[in-house]
Design a protein around this ligand. Structure first.
Ligand SMILES: [Fe+2]
Ligand SMILES: [Fe+2]
Length: 404
């Protein structure tokens, strides 16, 4: 362990870290909509973004170390590690997933970052050292958060021992697989896709009452100029914020081949929406409301996350629903101003600033990726209209299109 790492050894390791960080994003993205616990959904939104930044920082350092070949950008540590990730991904139990990610995989990654930091040639490799320190500290925050959530989940279901046994089993499997460095193993060539079955709605905890008939859903008819109206609208928005964390996660996990910058944008949006959920829930509660006080709906979910083209999803949800949502938020801002509700005004202005970017992500990526494919562009841009009918306010009411 005494010797410092060479440029080439660095490269071989940074590619592994980047592979693992991206796997974390995909695991959280794939899982988010089936997790019942809202704190986990919010945590995943935040961590997907931070892990995308980690992968991005590593990805910028790799070519600086003369790793121009694509090979260095993503190196599966070993086939055994990849297969263990697949087993973990297939685990459906919420507590066991959390244990795997936050008590086994992330601590193992932090462990190798710390060892790497001790073996750096300094100041020659200060740029890598700065990056790894920053990443390791953030990963430590993630695991601290994860431990608390796991303790709460395990204690409330009397599964502390089961969680510990699972942690020990996975830890020894990861060690046998060569760990994050893939020590003693060849880089992996095995890969798997994190596909999901047809989904009709995301998981919600027992407090939420989900309406399945669009005609019964009237929450968006309220106005932001009364306390009661605010409660209805904020409650409805809260559910939409969760939906958007979940659908961004699915773009990241369903389409690993999209451009890296697009993945960064989707991860950024997941974080924005996670923060929005926190902000909106807090304001709802400040105004005397609570989760589950009104019915809610997940219209649009089914028409979004089951589409095989990510651009159709962006056309429907980012370019249509979120664009419509910007209009609503502007109306809320005007009404908050008029009624002297400076607290809501302040918060909604921040929400709107983010939402405008989300619409632009849709516009930009559809334009960028269909430049040379007019057929695809036509199909993508026609998709929202195909879904929306009646158009009360756009994006609110749907026909039943399940079998369309
Ligand atoms: Fe939002
Ligand atoms: Fe948004």
């Amino acid at each position: 362990m005494g010797s410092t790492l060479t440029v080439h050894q660095n490269l071989e390791l940074l590619g592994r870290y980047r592979y693992v960080e991206i796997q974390f994003m995909e695991l959280m993205g794939s899982w988010a909509y089936t997790m019942v616990d809202p704190e986990i959904k919010i945590g995943f939104g935040r961590h997907m973004f931070q892990d995308s930044v980690h992968a991005d920082l590593l990805g910028k350092r790799i070519p600086e170390l003369k790793g121009r070949s694509q090979h260095f950008h993503s190196i599966p540590p070993s086939d055994e590690v990849v297969k263990l990730l697949e087993t973990i991904w297939k685990t459906s139990d919420e507590l066991l997933r959390m244990v795997a990610l936050y008590q086994v995989l992330k601590p193992a990654l932090i462990g190798v970052y710390r060892v790497h930091l001790e073996r750096m040639e300094l100041p020659a490799d200060e740029p890598t050292s700065n990056i790894l320190r920053l990443i390791a500290d953030e990963e430590q925050d993630h695991t601290d958060w994860g431990w608390k959530v796991i303790e709460r989940l395990a204690a409330s279901s009397n599964r502390t021992e089961e969680a510990r046994n699972w942690r020990e089993k996975l830890t020894s499997q990861l060690t046998d697989a060569g760990g994050i460095w893939g020590e003693g193993k060849k880089p992996g060539t095995y890969s798997f896709r994190k596909t999901h079955p047809y989904s009709t709605h995301p998981a919600r905890d027992a407090r939420w009452k989900i309406i399945h008939n669009p005609a019964e859903f009237k929450e968006k008819d309220w106005s932001f100029d009364s306390n009661e109206g605010k409660l209805h609208l904020l409650h409805d928005l809260l559910n939409s914020e969760f939906i958007t964390v979940e659908r961004m996660g699915l773009i990241i996990s369903d389409f690993p081949e999209i451009p890296w910058q697009m993945k960064l944008d989707m991860a950024r949006q997941a974080w924005d929406e996670a923060r929005h959920a926190e902000i909106v829930q807090r304001r709802l509660e400040e105004l005397g409301g609570h989760v589950g006080m009104f019915p809610t709906s997940c219209f649009g979910w089914e028409q979004d996350v089951n589409r095989p083209d990510p651009l159709e999803r962006l056309a429907l949800s980012n370019m249509t629903f979120e664009s419509e949502s910007c209009k609503h938020l502007r109306d809320w801002i005007a009404k908050a101003k008029k009624t002297g509700d400076t607290r809501s005004l302040q918060l909604v202005e921040f929400l709107l600033a983010d939402e405008v970017n989300h619409v632009l992500y849709g516009v930009h990526w559809i334009d960028e990726l269909t430049k040379e494919d007019p057929e695809r562009r036509k199909r993508v841009l026609a998709y929202p209209e195909q879904v929306l009918t009646g158009q009360h306010p756009v994006g609110v009411y749907f026909n039943e299109t399940k079998n369309a």
